[in-house]
Ligand binder design. Structure first.
Ligand code: FAD
Length: 448
């Protein structure tokens, strides 16, 4: 058994959360070991160069609100490879009546868009007048229906949450996912008014949507390279109490340490803690993860007519189209696609469509490709198609999730030195995971 009880920290999992924890520990000169069960790091971050193009089967773009991604890229020496999307490409389309309707990120566009009927626009813009009293937690669908009306929820809120978060808006918790909007309602009596007021107050750093010349995996690869001496490719099987600290049993070895940081998915950690904390273990195992099918398609650019500017489109569930949305990858990051091709990333599945877990990938691909071609007016077949099925893609923060998070906190206070991290704790986006990792390392560094 290796005794790491002096100061060495153990990190479980080499996705972006575990790697970021490792990187911030490394920067502070704190020794650590990171265990990853696959033969490469990155977890959901997966970029492959295929057919002359970079294909991100996991995250496609990083919304850098705070400047942290730019700072991290600088520290890692890869800032020269950062790429960003232009303002013009922030235009998105929403499907309504089986056609693409433009929506720009501005109040004027909200008034002029064909996504909503005139009646729905009036209801939406009259939101500050809506007198509602909200319970402390409820689904974002119920909350926003009362504030902005059913049609705006169906055509604006639902596509964002089902397309990007793979979720069901009538299950996702307002308190976990939109705490700011709930606060605005409390403090200003209006979510729109609160959002406008707070926008004026903040924004010290220019938000950007970013990727890298080799795809998002360039970021996780760069961290892995810097901390490669600390990474052990071995699966963790058991975590339990030892005196002092914790015993970590891997496939091949056994370690003890006073500080263990889990950055593996909730269900994986649940299995490791079965003997040690059966209650928390089953709570972790029961956290719902929605599946996602990420399908990369390449068409000859000359087959896409007329060529549209923009980020891509999202499909409201009300439209009864299986496809959740498409990112026009060659529009937003042309550097990543071979010349003369149009590259799109199609998303299917989510909490509404678990059928993708039992149907054959080929059948689902065929169905969504037909839908995509019809919506885009493309008559020809793609030059290339490749899918990746994520059986447990995105953790779902359903109503009641705040209580689950409270139990995580309680568990940590009863078991000092054992920390629960990762996207189900810190938020699903890659920048959320990085921020969570940095805050945790800052907090624990004082106690080491
Ligand atoms: C299809 C898809 C699209 C997405 N799009 C975006 C996007 O555009 N932008 C964005 O910001 N985010 C996006 N996300 C979300 C984001 O990618 C993830 O939330 C984030 O990458 C999760 O990182 P993580 O390190 O917490 O977990 P993971 O990436 O799941 O990493 C966990 C790691 O732990 C390892 N592991 C598990 N069990 C063990 C064990 N017992 N022992 C050792 N190792 C173990 C796994 O192999 C894995 O490497 C997307 C996610 C998916 C799936």
């Amino acid at each position: 058994m290796s005794d790491l009880t002096s100061k060495e920290v153990i990190i479980l999992g080499g996705g972006i959360s575990g790697l970021a924890v490792g990187w911030f520990l490394h920067q502070k000169g704190i020794p650590f070991k990171l265990f990853e069960k696959q033969d490469e790091t990155g977890g959901a971050v997966t970029s492959k160069r295929v057919h002359g193009s970079v294909m991100d089967f996991g995250p496609n773009s990083l919304r850098d609100r705070s400047g942290k991604i730019r700072e991290l890229a600088d520290d890692l020496g890869i800032s020269q490879d950062l790429i960003q999307i232009s303002e013009a490409l922030k235009t998105r389309y929403i499907v309504r009546d089986r056609s693409l309707k433009e929506l720009k990120p501005s109040l004027f566009s909200l008034i002029s868009t064909k996504v909503l009927s005139p009646k729905a626009k009036l209801r939406l813009l009259g939101e500050p007048l809506a007198q509602t009293k909200s319970p402390s937690d409820e689904s974002i669908g119920d909350f926003l229906e009362r504030r902005i009306g059913k049609e705006a929820v169906d055509y604006l809120v639902d596509p964002v949450f089902s397309g990007i978060y793979a979720g069901n808006i009538y299950r996702i918790s307002k308190k976990s996912v939109l705490p700011k909007l709930a606060e605005y309602e409390q403090n200003f009596g209006s979510v729109l008014w609160g959002a406008i007021r707070s926008k004026k107050e903040k924004e010290k750093v220019k938000p950007m949507v970013l990727s890298f010349k080799k795809g998002i995996q360039q970021l996780t690869d760069a961290i892995s390279q810097k901390i490669s001496d600390h990474i052990i490719y071995d699966e963790v099987k058991i975590v339990e109490k030892a005196e002092p600290g914790y015993r970590v049993q891997t496939e091949n070895e056994e370690f003890t340490s006073k500080n263990v940081i889990s950055c593996i998915p909730a269900y994986s950690l649940g299995h490791l803690l079965r003997g040690f904390e059966p209650e928390l273990s089953s709570e972790l195992i029961n956290i719902d993860y929605a599946p996602m099918l990420s399908t990369q398609v390449l068409f000859k650019a000359s087959d896409i007519n007329p060529k549209r500017e923009g980020f891509g489109f999202l499909v409201p569930r009300k439209e009864r189209i299986r496809l959740l949305g498409a990112i026009w990858k060659s529009n937003i990051f042309p550097e990543l696609t071979a010349d003369d091709y149009f590259h799109a990333n199609l998303m299917t599945g989510g909490a509404h469509d678990r059928g993708i877990l039992i149907e054959s990938v080929e059948d689902v691909e065929k169905e969504i490709l037909n839908e995509f071609r019809e919506l885009m007016g493309i008559d020809v077949q793609p030059a290339f198609v490749k899918s990746h099925l994520w059986k447990k893609a995105i953790p779902q923060f359903d109503v009641g999730y705040e209580q689950t998070k409270q139990r995580f906190k309680q568990f940590e206070s009863e078991n000092p030195g054992l920390y629960l991290g990762g996207n189900y704790r810190w938020g699903v986006s890659v920048p959320d995971c990085i921020q969570g990792a940095e805050e945790l390392v800052r907090e624990m560094a004082d106690h080491l």
